[in-house]
Design a protein around this ligand. Structure first.
Ligand code: PLP
Length: 477
């Protein structure tokens, strides 16, 4: 494709994207395909000749869009918001169009230095001190794994330089809670800790936040058994109920035992753009690594996970590679992001954040986040004031409201497995209608529904409609 052909096709694609985004609300929220349907619609063998952009746009309309969950639909309240601000989409396109090669500072100095500056802007915007330096990873899963790898190496005095963890006399232990994201256990397993050395620390029965005294007890048991407490994963904004682990108290426990603290703020990081919410990660200056996802509520198109460390020298020692074919005259003077994580090659991810911040502006972003937080409070009050059979089952910390509908059947309130079946059925009814979408989760052994607010297009009237739909769905099953 020549640049001139690209210009023509590119304009058509931009028009297609703008039309698609304009019409998103007219479409069903849930993807309208059965398993295997998209595959069956595609030829089994690759094309031999050439095809124009028109053929591709037509397949986008006929095959891809019906097979796409409408994450940008204002009636989407599932999982966590995964906004894709169009300003950041432009940045992503600029990054692809530039075709930069991110394997060293020399291979694309602007890629490195825009990333350094944008990470520093984000540091300032979330109130972190200038002790922190940041990089952009693909996902929080990678950031947690990176944090745990460095924690492992600190605990073992850089065992990787000799026989590694396998030579350690004491097993290394990681601490998390039942509410931690599944990526935490995955990272601990990949980093070699093993299931036997992952401790599930008790949480507060009301807030679901990690109990620091239970953490201290768990560490004491391991120390007494000659095991080595290596890392604690604290979470602000857990996935099921957005619980906030008490970071300052966890840091206090960690310090006594010289244990690494990684803070997973994948969801709540966006709220730290609002000074009035920063108390939710009080103590953050005492953790060792922290990450959060602008690709969630803040709205930078996936993938964009910020990862901050204070001891960058240690990070670089753990991650460093220095092959002859990558050496240059400026080594030692510049940031080499390949020494900040697992991959060598990196995309110009900072571009999408840079575009978003500059085009949308921080004030508008803050205003949108505040709108969503106010909507969540309003929705929660609506459910509470409606009363039985509805209830709000966890504190509303941010933009997620966890609810349950517990009807009385033949004079007896539904409970146990019958209540679970009822909850799952009304969520399914709602989701299959295509009008809206919620996801469920289990808390205290029972299913509940999560109303996760925060799609860029969601306004109060969408929540009013959701409430009507929820009542219809729950009342009819
Ligand atoms: N941590 C928390 C608290 C999350 O809610 C999620 C995803 O929702 C993750 C980590 C994983 O995020 P990612 O998809 O960026 O790996």
């Amino acid at each position: 494709m020549t640049p001139e052909e690209f210009r023509v096709a590119g304009h058509q694609l931009i028009d297609w994207i703008a039309d698609y985004r304009t019409d998103v609300e007219q479409r069903p929220v849930k993807a309208q395909v059965e398993p295997g349907e998209v595959k069956r619609a595609l030829p089994a063998t690759p094309p031999e000749g050439t095809e124009g952009i028109e053929a591709l746009l037509s397949d986008l309309d006929d095959i891809v869009v019906p097979g796409t969950f409408m994450a940008q639909h204002p009636m989407h309240f599932g999982w966590f918001p995964s906004n894709a601000a169009l300003s950041s989409v432009l940045g992503d396109m600029a990054s692809s169009g530039l075709g930069g090669l991110g394997i060293s500072w020399e291979s694309c100095p602007s890629l490195t230095e825009v990333e350094e500056v944008v990470c520093d802007w984000m540091r300032q915007l979330t109130g972190l001190s200038n002790a922190w330096s940041g990089a952009i990873n693909d996902t929080a899963s990678t950031s947690t794994l990176t944090g745990l790898l460095v924690a492992r190496e600190r605990a073992t005095g850089l065992s990787q330089n000799a026989a590694g963890m396998q030579a350690m006399a004491q097993p290394l232990v990681v601490y998390a809670t039942e509410q931690s994201h599944s990526s935490v256990a995955k990272a601990a397993l990949l980093a070699g800790f093993g299931w036997d050395n992952i401790r599930i620390v008790a949480t507060d029965p009301v807030t679901y936040a990690m109990d620091p005294s239970a953490l201290a007890d768990a560490i004491a048991v391991d120390v007494a058994a000659i095991r080595l407490p290596a890392a604690i994963i604290a979470t602000t904004g857990t996935t099921s109920v957005t619980a906030m682990d008490p970071v300052a108290a966890i840091v206090d426990v960690a310090r006594v035992n010289n244990v690494w603290v990684h803070l997973d703020a994948a969801m709540a990081g966006s709220a730290m753009l609002l000074p009035e919410y920063r108390h939710l990660w009080d103590g953050v200056e005492g953790v060792d690594s922290v990450s959060w996802n602008p690709h969630k509520w803040m709205g930078t198109i996936l993938d964009c996970s910020l990862f901050y460390m204070r001891d960058v020298e240690l990070l670089n020692r753990v991650m460093s590679t220095n092959p002859t074919y990558l050496r240059s005259a400026v080594d030692g003077e510049v940031t080499q992001y390949r020494d900040w994580g697992i991959p060598l090659g990196r995309r110009f991810r900072a571009m999408k954040l840079w575009f978003q911040l500059r085009i949308d502006g921080v004030e508008a972003l803050q205003e949108r986040l505040r709108r969503d937080l106010a909507n969540a409070q309003w929705f929660s009050e609506l459910v509470v004031s409606a009363g039985a059979p509805w209830s709000v089952v966890a504190p509303v910390q941010l933009q997620t409201v966890c609810v349950r509908h517990e009807p009385v059947v033949d004079g007896v309130a539904l409970s146990g497995e019958a209540l679970d079946a009822h909850t799952q059925q009304w969520i399914k009814t709602l989701n299959e209608s295509g009008s809206t979408f919620l996801s469920g989760a289990v808390i205290d052994g029972r299913w509940m529904a999560r109303v996760s607010i925060g799609v860029e297009a969601t306004e109060r009237h969408h929540l009013e409609r959701l409430w009507l739909l929820m009542n219809e769905a729950a009342g009819s099953v």
